[in-house]
Design a protein around this ligand. Sequence first.
Ligand code: ADP
Ligand code: MG
Length: 563
Amino acid sequence: MIIGIDLGTTNSLVAVWEGEHARILPNALGNLLTPSVVGLDDQGQLVAGDIARERLNTHPHLTTSLFKRYMGSARETLLGGRAYRAEELSAMLLRSLKADAERALGLAVHAAVISVPAYFSDAQRKATRIAGELAGLKIEKLINEPTAAALAYGLQQRSEATFLVFDLGGGTFDVSILELFEGIMEVRASAGDNFLGGEDFDDRLVEHFIAKVGSADLPDTAQPAMAQRLRREAQRVRHALGQAQDARFTLREQGREWSLELTQSELAEIVRPLLDRLRAPIERALRDARIKVADLDEILLVGGTTRMPLVRKLVAALFGRIPGMLLNPDEVVAQGAAIQAALHARHASLEEVVLTDVCPYTLGIETSVQLGADYQNGHYLPIIERNTVVPVSRSRTVSTLRDNQKVVTLGIYQGESRLVKNNIFLGELEIPVPPRKAGEVTLDVRFTYDNNGLLEAQVHLPINGDTRRLVIENNPGVLAPNEIAQRLAALEALKVHPRDQQINTLLLARMERLYQESLGDGRQYIAGLANHFQQMLDTQDERQIREVRVDITQRLTRFEQEV
Ligand code: ADP
Ligand code: MG
């Protein structure tokens, strides 16, 4: 049995082909979507999914999310004092998904097809394969996410087709243009925004709420637990506005209440700047593929955020037609991976032409931004944007900031964040400049990136012809076989949290979060419930535990709505 896995930035899913259709396998909690969050519990056991998500704020040093963004880089994350690479964090999630799949299927699983974004570079694909290996899975094949979506829609049955896959997930936006010709699927172009997804919509909604209710007497909204609560509420409201005309955003704290009624059209206004950002990558992908909107046979909607009527409306307006929504947009990639797995088992996989000759990350320099009368350092100026076809050479012109400045130091970074502190530092170029008034000395900064992942940064001073260069081997490295073996041993030593305890552990984690989020009487109430539940667990009487669990779950849901 080969399973299909959508290893997403926000959510992951497992599917299997059952002869007629692909079925999404529920996890041990009965859910089809497993949040892509992993961590260690207090006993050092591996936890993933909803339990880990509940623990993100209560146990920040033991839990982590969004690691897909760092696949193929050497960046490490500390968990309980040990540093893990993104391959290892992905492997933890895969182990949990594998255990859930085995439980759902009632048999052992050893092999999988995993989907990856079309723009994933060779290093990122290797890292995904290694993650599978570290999780004890033989990776039969990697499939591009948009190709998987196409398979789920049965497009491979046509002889020829050109289509666009619009994938708006939790934190990323990817547009791909695919062409099917003589049984071969080719990704003609891919573009997107690594920092645009449903969660950004939620952040906007939170900002709007704070601005409207007046932040003066609100509790400290920057505090992580409070920020998390507001984001949850924003997500609830955003989902509700997909159906209802209006919904109420409410925050209750210590007997006080802040509340704001929101309508669908207000939501549209609030997220307009984000919706506007969806346009450019689409245009770029079409341009790169030299395809006109009229040439597209299909537009496929993928990713949970395309459930928003606002997003669908925008897509309809951009393409002049109403996109189909036959399949659940957050399930199609996993379904397609399962179809690919079935094809593979019959030695008949769909051939794919993969697009790997792109620079996978944005490369840029640190710059200063004027805020009022002052300049603030630490901002990012992209020079080569992610997904640019290599080899490529791009330049930007910058200038001195201070009067009589003697030297300019250029920090070189890789990443997608607005602030360089969140990006990966690659190196530094220093060049002396003749003392002049601020802004009078200009510098041409040129980045050249080749097929081997070598970045050459060059700075040139037109004023005196001086030039400095720095070559950075921007290949953070794929793990060497001996390193893989070491990390495999370390991961194997980690126990996976028992599947049959998941539901109880999730309830405990939820109460821990609510306890930390609440104050005063609310806290006491939660503590009482938690102690009671712990006592029940100690009796090991399954029937009683179940009864109490159902009762407490209802109370907590009421508590979260009413307190
Ligand atoms: P990813 O591919 O990034 O792992 P998904 O495709 O699962 O993620 O998308 C997750 C996002 O989808 C979340 O931001 C979530 O709020 C959003 N989403 C899911 N269902 C809905 C809905 N009914 N309405 C609006 N947004 C939704
Ligand atoms: Mg996805």
